[in-house]
Design a protein around this ligand. Structure first.
Ligand code: UD2
Length: 324
């Protein structure tokens, strides 16, 4: 059955993959983005789809959801992904981060509840855990006492808490997401997009610190499946119970091992260089995914090597297109 879905942050890395998947499942999508960090090119594959409508706006626009409901009708699910996504930017712009990543979420959720939407699915973050050394990280480890390392982490935590307490709310605490279309151009871009960008150019990758820090990397397609599971769409016949769920793989890898794997897959002969550790970097991050596995049919389906291969192939094909 065709459902009306709103995707905020639709021109972003994850939002654009989610919109693509929803349209492929024959749902209607209203997308919102203000291009603060999203790119119009990310929407290229679906911008002209007959079931897609785009509204250029900030999620801070007062009454945004009611307005979109009136203009496009029949909204049933809201996927709220729009946010200030850079942790370092959040440190320098605390007030703005709290406004966009917390106040706007609260306002949108309030509207969604009043409009009777069936699900409000929120993009939470592993940053909500702060520096917690109990691995793997369980959803219940985040408490009011958790010390967040950035305004980004704090705002995501406040929003997750509010969303998870709503009768229509599901917050997905996403770990390190990677895949095609992740922007490698900023110094704060995800490590995988940066390593691949360097590797395909035959340049050496830069490792901050000793490279023994570990992360739980999840392929963007698996994150999209988790969003579908949350809303009970696609292969998932019923939505997740309201609450908070980690979205990761439950498998960690060191940054050094990651660099070696990417070098191997790309055939890049350059070795890596070491630079001083990034301030505020956490040492290890690893999700427990028991909650999401136990309460849905969702499973991470793409192993790291396979996901890296797909991401490298995409990077190579866009470089060829840009060069031709
Ligand atoms: C991730 C999220 C961030 C926040 C945080 C919470 C991404 C892109 N960022 O930050 O939004 O949720 O988790 O903990 O998912 N590194 C290198 N060389 C590079 C780039 C990075 O060695 O060129 C290292 C970096 O120092 C870190 C690791 O790789 O130890 C991962 O870095 P990242 O920026 O991809 O992600 P992270 O975990 O800092």
């Amino acid at each position: 059955m065709k459902r009306g879905c709103l995707v905020t942050g639709v021109a972003g890395f994850v939002g654009s993959h989610l919109a693509e998947a929803l349209l492929a499942l024959d749902h209607r999508v209203v997308g919102v983005d203000n291009f603060f960090s999203g790119h119009r090119e990310n929407m290229a594959s679906f911008a002209d789809h007959p079931d897609f409508r785009f509204h250029e706006s900030s999620v801070e626009e007062p009454g945004l959801l009611s307005r979109l409901g009136r203009e496009y009708g029949g909204l049933e699910v809201c996927f709220h992904l729009a946010a200030i996504v850079s942790v370092p930017y959040s440190v320098d712009h605390e007030e703005e981060t709290l406004r966009v990543n917390w106040d706007a979420t609260e306002a949108l959720l309030g509207e969604a509840e009043a409009m009777g939407l069936s699900r409000f699915v929120f993009a939470g973050s592993a940053a909500e855990y702060g520096e917690d050394e109990r691995l793997p990280l369980l959803e219940g480890y985040v408490t009011p006492e958790t010390r967040h390392l950035s305004p980004y982490g704090r705002a995501k935590h406040l929003s997750t808490q509010r969303v998870a307490a709503s009768p229509i709310g599901v917050a997905l605490r996403c770990f390190n997401i990677y895949g095609p279309r992740q922007d490698p151009r900023s110094p704060y871009s995800g490590v995988i997009s940066r390593f691949i960008d360097f590797a395909v150019a035959g340049q050496s990758m830069v490792i901050f610190g000793d490279g023994l820090q570990t992360r739980d990397f999840i392929y963007v397609g698996d994150v999209v499946s988790a969003y579908l599971a949350a809303a009970g769409l696609g292969a998932f016949p019923s939505p997740l119970e309201p609450g908070v769920y980690n979205a990761g793989t439950g498998v960690g890898i060191s940054i050094l091992e990651l660099a070696d794997t990417i070098r191997d897959l790309t055939g890049n002969p350059s070795s890596h260089r070491f630079m001083p550790e990034r301030p505020g970097d956490i040492r290890h991050s690893l999700a427990s995914i028991a909650a999401l596995r136990d309460r849905s049919a969702w499973r991470p389906g793409v192993a790291l090597r396979e996901g890296l291969g797909r991401t490298i192939a995409h990077t190579l094909s866009t470089r060829r297109t840009a060069g031709s």
